[in-house]
Design a protein around this ligand. Structure first.
Ligand SMILES: [Fe+2]
Length: 221
């Protein structure tokens, strides 16, 4: 199913259907990314290292900042509470440190070349995040959490092939991010009550798409 190609009227008739549409679109986007992954056995050691390094370069310094931007953009008390819980877990359990240990153990720390490979697409996400567009950024983060969760077995496989036995990051994120995706979709539903009437389906998934483009640059061998 490609929702992008459907006229808005066929997708949405009432505001009530926005959460269902959002969930379907995000599931579609996640599956599309996961299906495009190159099988780990087909990758050279340097290609495996590159994927780990680009993933780490994107996540380590940006995830908490983008979730913070999401917190700043929402208005409902329910969404604030959900996103605050998410942020507290990230900070309290030191997820950037956990990811750093994972990358070091897999010999996948990022170089200038890795960072330049994602530069343009990363800056595009930052420019999008800077707009603090409530509904779009909440959906972007719901997609991000869902992608991360689905990506963890693959990332763990790459690391194992790189000789690493460090599994804390991938183990933790293949579990907690299921609840995080659901939480953000709940936050989206409660933010709809604060949105004006003119929600445009053509711009609702702008954040999902800008992040999906960045993720493609991470996973491309
Ligand atoms: Fe995390």
């Amino acid at each position: 199913m490609n929702l992008e190609n459907l006229p808005a009227a066929e997708v949405l008739t009432t505001q009530q259907s926005y959460p269902d549409t959002a969930r379907e679109y995000i599931e579609f986007a996640i599956n599309d990314v996961v299906m495009s992954l190159t099988k780990p056995e087909k990758l050279s050691p340097d290609q495996r290292r590159g994927i780990i390094a680009r993933y780490t370069a994107v996540l380590e310094g940006n995830f908490i900042y983008w979730m913070t931007a999401t917190y700043l953009s929402v208005r409902s008390s329910e969404a604030h509470a959900i996103i605050e819980d998410n942020l507290r877990e990230e900070v309290r359990d030191n997820h950037p440190g956990m990811l750093r240990r994972f990358a070091v153990a897999a010999r996948g720390t990022s170089t200038d070349v890795d960072r330049m490979a994602i530069e343009r697409e990363l800056q595009a996400v930052r420019a999008f995040v800077a707009r603090l567009s409530t509904l779009q950024i909440v959906l972007m983060m719901a997609f991000f959490e869902g992608f991360i969760q689905k990506f963890m077995p693959y990332l763990a496989d790459l690391a194992a092939r790189q000789g690493s036995q460090e599994r804390e990051y991938t183990d933790v994120h293949s579990v907690v991010d299921i609840a995080h995706t659901q939480g953000l979709l709940t936050a989206f539903a409660s933010e709809l009550d604060f949105a004006d009437q003119s929600i445009s389906i053509s711009t609702l998934f702008e954040g999902v798409e800008v992040l999906r483009t960045l993720i493609r640059t991470i996973i491309r061998p």
